[in-house]
Design a protein around this ligand. Structure first.
Ligand SMILES: Nc1nc2c(ncn2[C@@H]2O[C@H](COP(=O)(O)OP(=O)(O)OP(=O)(O)O)[C@@H](O)[C@H]2O)c(=O)[nH]1
Ligand SMILES: [Mg+2]
Length: 390
């Protein structure tokens, strides 16, 4: 599957940059291309300059709202992010149109954080413009949810997140939800953490996108997972995860023939599946998914029906309501890997929490504002009654 990737704002741009890196890796390791173009859009010139893999020209690193923000971002006001992208959308649409292999694009992937200003405001507006213009092309969002500590200290965090999620849901075909908090590793600085989180966020997409683009016969599975399967699966709130089970380097020559080894073999599969479930990009209940997809990647000699069946049934046991699609991708590597997508989630607790908290925030904000207006009126009245010396 080939994506056209657009990152909005700082977080969106950096994750898009990781996708550009992934594409390079696919080209150099596997000789295939999984991305038709990667673009970063931002109101902040420094953020655009700091990227590494996205081409460093104005068609790929697009500065918007230059006059309004002086190139320094919108300071967490996502309404301003939305307004700026409305005014400057021509630049972005033009860059998309001139993509060299645009016709090969299977879907758009737009990326942003929900809590910031630029990306949070820009993503739904841009999605809407693209949907109107390219009616037939699936359009997905990848939205990063804030860390817990940000929800506590910054008032706009909840409000931005809720408005971004609602607006994105109204336009995008599916939304990958990524919870920053799930990826926190202690002992790393924030900057280190962000870089590592971004790498982990894109990793599950590697095999998933490569599988259907593979050209060499020996890497083509018995059940190919291609763009059609992915597009049929993706809808509404979606999470993604990746798990692996290492294979020991040295195996006894008659290893796989005994009963015990056969059991170990299938256990490797369910171990990788459990790992993928534990590593899902947002905590959710698998039984809330109406669609699911898994891709098994393993060395050709490890790939067999036992393994595939075991993985399928371990998913069916927990994603009880889901239509499950699957594929296998034989690669030379010393591990059994599972990429997992749960989609069309009917209930996402975390999203509901944001909506509830945002409603509370809006009503308390209104009350506070009415209070301030009242006090302001009193001051103005008193001010009028004081004699002036002028
Ligand atoms: N995973 C991840 N999260 C990030 C990254 N950079 C920022 N964030 C998160 O994104 C949110 C802040 O949004 P930004 O993307 O910085 O904001 P922006 O879209 O550039 O908007 P403004 O700076 O307000 O104009 C916070 O929740 C951060 O924790 C990143 O590189 N990776
Ligand atoms: Mg910014």
């Amino acid at each position: 599957m080939k994506l056209l990737v657009i990152g909005c704002g700082q977080c969106g741009g950096r994750i898009a940059d990781e996708f550009a890196r992934l594409n390079r890796r696919a080209r150099s390791q596997r000789g295939i291309s999984i991305i038709t173009n990667t673009i970063a859009v931002n109101t902040d010139i420094a953020d655009l300059t700091g990227l590494s893999f996205i081409k460093p020209d104005f068609q790929h690193r697009i500065l918007i709202g230059g006059q309004k923000t002086g190139g320094h971002g919108v300071g967490k006001i996502n309404e301003l992010g939305a307004e700026i992208v409305r005014e400057d959308s021509d630049k972005i649409l033009e860059a998309i149109k001139t993509t060299r292999h645009f016709h090969e694009t299977d879907a758009f992937l737009l990326i942003a954080s929900a809590a910031g200003g630029t990306g949070s405001g820009a993503i739904p507006i841009l999605a809407q413009y693209l949907k109107e213009r390219y009616v037939e092309k699936p359009l997905y969002n990848l939205i990063v949810l804030p860390f817990k500590h940000e929800e506590k200290v910054e008032e706009r965090t909840i409000y931005n997140t809720a408005t971004c999620l609602k607006s994105a849901y109204l336009v995008a075909d599916a939304i990958f939800l990524i919870d920053n908090q799930r990826f926190i590793r202690k002992h790393f600085s924030i900057q280190d953490n962000l870089g590592k989180i971004n790498t982990q966020v894109v990793e599950p997409f590697y095999n998933l996108l490569c599988a259907g683009e593979e050209k060499k016969a020996k890497y083509i599975g018995s059940k190919i997972l291609d763009a059609g399967d992915i597009i049929q699966t993706l809808s509404g709130w979606t999470v993604i995860g990746y798990g692996e089970s290492q294979i020991p380097f040295f195996k006894l020559p008659f290893g796989t023939s005994s009963f015990r080894d056969k059991t170990n073999e299938t256990q490797k599969g369910s171990h990788a599946m459990n790992d993928a479930i534990n590593e899902l990009s947002l905590k959710c209940n698998p039984s809330d998914a109406k669609a699911a997809l898994y891709l098994l990647t393993a060395p050709p000699e490890e790939m067999n029906m036992n393994l595939i069946t075991e993985i399928g049934s371990s998913l069916k046991r927990i994603a009880t309501e889901a239509i499950i699609r699957s594929g296998d991708y034989p690669r030379e590597k010393r591990s059994v890997d599972v990429t997992l997508i749960l989609s069309d989630l009917v209930n996402v607790e975390k999203v509901m929490e944001y909506f509830t908290k945002a409603i509370r925030y809006i009503s308390s904000y209104k009350k506070r504002w009415e209070g301030i207006e009242y006090e302001h009126r009193e001051i103005e009245e008193a001010f009028r009654d004081i004699p002036s010396l002028l």
